[in-house]
Design a protein around this ligand. Structure first.
Ligand SMILES: Cc1cc2nc3c(=O)[nH]c(=O)nc-3n(C[C@H](O)[C@H](O)[C@H](O)COP(=O)(O)OP(=O)(O)OC[C@H]3O[C@@H](n4cnc5c(N)ncnc54)[C@H](O)[C@@H]3O)c2cc1C
Length: 391
């Protein structure tokens, strides 16, 4: 168990130190080497996932009535961070943070009963598909279309970068309706689509990430859906999806905060032990100061992440800005921490054995996804600084 980081600065509730400790101890029994080996073997961290589910950690943000502990995102982001801080950055934990609040806030009672208990104990999984090859960040331009039929809907279109579809029972899909408004924008709706529904096919996308999750291009070729597949209200999908997008940003930040902690803990140990010119390398300010600076940035990112989660749980209007700032800060802070940790390790920083270099691209991912740093800066410029919309 690593303990370097001061959690008192970032925790916002009395029970959180115990939660951190319990999750951290569970994940530490698996640790970085386990995660590397599973990933190398193209497997999945099933044992770790199942144990997290059995212990109730996957459902800390799921309401008690549906099998969780009802504590919210403030606790869930701690789970995500602690697992990553043991060298296990599980992207599927971030997907869970999107789909749970969307179903909880907008699903029917039947849909909640169907999905939430399984998402809480880890026995069921949902992937999430909004991104499309041609629309990119501009969600208004998505072309995956849901057409009304006598019995429900027919879905047609293509998504890409859908993570972990091979591990999921179903995928939550953002689709457009058939009609558009005066600006050519179609109203969006959300659907739950079984991963093995007739008409779905998928192609894996090869990436540089060393993670167990595979990303897919997904084709929906006239997939028939029953009326109950619709989440919430037809045409309200854009509004509804935000119940999940802010938590997703917070949990992306939490993963990076965990990666940064893992890297800095390893770097501090190495800098204390490694001697090149008689004294430990950490005695040189050229080594110590960049690590201290990285620590400061990581603590600031963790604080922003905890605050964003708290605001999200309170249903605050400010949760959007806070979630964006948290993800922005955590992406930069973790890359600085990781880069410095690699540097401190000399040549060993590039060796897989030390568990750092192969974290680079999963940390780097969150500069681009789930929302790019440019789109965050666009948001801040427009909404926080009152500048004209630039796009
Ligand atoms: C490993 C991985 C996993 C992913 N998992 C999922 C998933 O599970 N489900 C899912 O739906 N998606 C997923 N994504 C997709 C991810 O959310 C998108 O890649 C991301 O939102 C960026 O969209 P894009 O790739 O289409 O980039 P584009 O929208 O094409 O943008 C390209 C570049 O242009 C910039 N840009 C665009 N518009 C502007 C503007 N107005 N001003 C300034 N700059 C601009 C962007 O910031 C970016 O740098 C995943 C992506 C990756 C890499």
């Amino acid at each position: 168990m690593n303990t370097l980081f001061n959690n008192t600065l970032v925790d916002t509730a009395e029970h959180q130190p115990l939660l951190r400790d319990s999750v951290g101890k569970l994940a530490a029994r698996y640790g970085r080497r386990y995660f590397q080996e599973v990933t190398k073997a193209k497997g999945k961290p099933v044992a770790l996932w199942n144990e997290l589910g059995k212990a109730g950690f996957l459902g800390v943000h799921v309401p008690e009535a549906h099998g969780g502990s009802g504590a919210g995102l403030a606790d869930y982001q701690i789970v995500v961070e602690e697992v990553a801080a043991q060298g296990c950055p599980i992207l599927s934990l971030v997907i869970n943070s999107i789909v749970v609040p969307i179903i909880d806030q907008h699903g029917t009672e039947a849909m909640k009963r169907d999905w939430l208990p399984g998402l809480a104990d880890g026995s069921r999984r949902l992937a999430f598909a909004i991104t499309e090859p041609d629309a990119g960040t501009n969600t208004h331009k998505i072309t995956t279309t849901a057409r009304r039929t006598a019995g429900g809907w027919t879905l047609k279109g293509t998504k890409y970068w859908t993570s972990a579809l091979d591990e999921a029972d179903a995928v939550m899909v953002v689709a457009r309706g058939e009609t558009t408004d005066a600006k050519g924008r179609a109203a969006l709706s959300l659907f739950i689509v079984p991963a093995d529904a007739p008409g779905i096919s998928r192609t894996p996308i090869e990436t540089a990430l060393h993670v167990p999750e595979t990303q897919f291009m997904v084709f929906f070729d006239d997939v028939s859906l029953p009326a109950e597949a619709l989440i919430g209200v037809e045409g309200q999908g854009l509004k509804q999806v935000f119940a999940g997008l802010n938590p997703e940003r917070v949990c992306a930040a939490a993963i990076n905060n965990g990666i940064a902690r893992f890297a800095l803990e390893r770097a501090a140990i190495y800098a204390r032990e490694r001697k090149v010119f008689d004294v430990p390398i950490g005695a040189h300010q050229g080594i110590a100061h960049p690590l201290a600076k990285a620590y400061a940035a990581v603590q600031q990112a963790r604080l922003m992440t905890a605050r964003a989660a708290q605001l999200s749980d309170l249903g605050s209007q400010e949760a959007g800005e806070a979630a964006n700032l948290a993800k922005f800060a955590a992406a930069d802070a973790s890359l600085e921490a990781l880069d410095q940790a690699i540097q401190v390790h000399g040549g060993n920083g590039l060796a897989i054995e030390y568990g750092l270099a192969d974290l680079w691209f999963v940390a780097r991912l969150h500069k681009t996804a789930p929302v790019s740093r440019e789109m965050i800066l666009n948001f801040v410029a427009q909404h926080s600084l009152g500048l004209p919309k630039s796009y």
